[in-house]
Structure formats: structure tokens, C-alpha cells
Design a protein around this ligand. Structure first.
Ligand code: MG
Length: 249
């Protein structure tokens, strides 16, 4: 399989999906509070998507039971929303995929529940900055490895590790298209970036070691050492004018 180049029209549909996704994320953030169960975030997601005529990418994907992934504290990705109650000081990663008219958008944020520790605040800021560094490297004519290297450098130079077993990805009609985008690598390597490529960049940063552990539910991925983790993701398009973030409103 090769990297699929999208037309302007296809990117316009992905932009629509991205905008809906960003709007639903805003609703989720404004509803987040100590004492709520993570399954309430799933209910809000399902309702808000239905209201906007959009579908959740993750629901039923390889049997995933929910519309959104909710991963708390040392959980990195793929947490299943359920009976867990959020408390002041937690950090919550919400990862959402949206389908509109046959095209996908994918984004994630990590947010604070009430007041959080300086350690958690630093981690979230670094993870958001890391995504920005990756996006900043996503120019037509650059190479895929430039994105990976920018992500790794930004995170590690600030004292965080980047998760290695999970990657960003091409996205379009399918949630996961070519190429895989590692969150570590060497500049000047890999395929050349071209106008019309649409990519989901998603660094996951840990306070401790990069190694991961799969939970008993066979979905939830946590840090092996129990340290905090944060995850930021945007879907972008490579354009002649630079990277365009599609998952914003
Ligand atoms: Mg993704």
C-alpha cells in the first residue's frame, strides 16, 4: 500500500469532519469535572456526534466498545470509558475519531481535572508543544523522518520519553492509512512529504520510561513504570503553504 494523495475536495470533507471533531472536543472539555464517570464522556460524544450527523470512527473498530478513548493518569491510549470516577488532580486523555461523508478525522488532547500537580502541568505543556513541533516539520519537500525527529527532539530535550510502540498514521477514507509515523527517528529519512498527504500526528509523552503495558481488558495501554502520560493529536494536510491543521474549529 502506498501513501494516498487527496484532492482539494477530499480535504474539504476532512476539514468538515475535523471541525465537527474539534467542536465535540470543546463540549467534552467544558463538561469535564471531578465526580463524573468516564462513561459520561462517551455518552456526550455519541449524542454530540449524532446531533451533527457524524459517526464515531472508534465504535466497533476491532470490537472497541465506545465512541471515544478515555485514558486517565498513567494510561496512555485506548482506555475504555466506564465506571471510573474522575477526581481533582487527574489528567485525562481524550482521543476521538470522526467520520463525515466517508472521510475521517482523528485528534486527541490531554486535559486537567481541576487543579493538577506541577509535574502534570509540565507534562501536558510539553506534550502539546511536541505535537506543535511535529506539525512544524510537516512541509512539502521535507521527509517523514523530519517529523519523527522533531517530535523526539522536542520531547526528550525537555526530559520526557516518547512512546515507541504506538505511532501516528496516514488518514483519509480509512482511519489508518500509510504511512506509519513513528514518534522517534532520524531527520532526512523516509518518504518525501507531498501536497495532498493527510496525516494524523500523535505523540504520547511519559514522565518516566517509554515502555508500555497492556491492561487486562486488552485495550487500555499504560506506562510500564506507572508514571503519568499525555497524548496530543491533530489531523493535518500538507499544502503548498505549509501544514494545515484540519481538526480545529
Ligand atoms: Mg490516531
Amino acid at each position: 500500500m502506498s501513501i494516498i494523495i487527496k484532492s482539494e475536495r477530499e480535504i474539504a470533507v476532512m476539514r468538515q469532519a475535523g471541525r465537527i471533531l474539534a467542536n465535540v472536543m470543546e463540549v467534552l472539555k467544558s463538561n469535564l469535572r471531578p465526580g463524573m464517570k468516564t462513561k459520561e464522556l462517551d455518552e456526550i460524544t455519541a449524542n454530540e456526534l449524532a446531533r451533527r450527523g457524524a459517526k464515531a470512527s472508534f465504535k466497533g473498530y476491532r470490537g472497541f466498545p465506545a465512541s471515544i478513548c478515555v485514558s486517565v493518569n498513567d494510561e496512555i491510549v485506548h482506555g475504555i470509558p466506564g465506571e471510573k470516577v474522575l477526581k481533582e488532580g487527574d489528567i485525562v486523555s481524550m482521543d476521538l475519531g470522526v467520520i463525515v461523508n466517508g472521510f475521517q478525522a482523528d485528534a486527541a488532547v490531554t486535559v486537567a481535572v481541576g487543579g493538577i500537580s506541577p509535574e502534570a502541568e509540565g507534562l501536558i505543556a510539553a506534550a502539546e508543544g511536541t505535537l506543535g513541533a511535529g506539525i512544524g516539520a510537516a512541509h512539502a519537500g521535507a521527509r517523514l523522518g523530519d517529523i519523527s525527529a522533531a517530535i523526539q527532539h522536542y520531547a526528550e530535550s525537555r526530559g520526557y520519553s516518547v512512546v515507541r510502540e504506538y505511532t501516528g498514521h496516514g488518514i483519509g477514507r480509512e482511519m489508518h492509512e500509510e504511512p506509519q509515523i513513528a514518534n522517534f527517528g532520524r531527520p532526512g529519512t523516509g518518504p518525501r512529504l507531498k501536497k495532498g498527504m493527510t496525516l494524523a500526528l500523535e505523540p504520547m509523552l511519559n514522565v518516566g520510561d517509554w515502555r508500555t503495558r497492556l491492561g487486562d481488558d486488552y485495550w487500555t495501554v499504560s506506562t510500564a513504570d506507572g508514571s503519568l502520560s499525555a497524548h496530543f493529536e491533530h489531523t493535518i494536510a500538507i499544502t503548498d503553504a505549509g501544514p494545515e491543521v484540519l481538526t480545529i474549529n
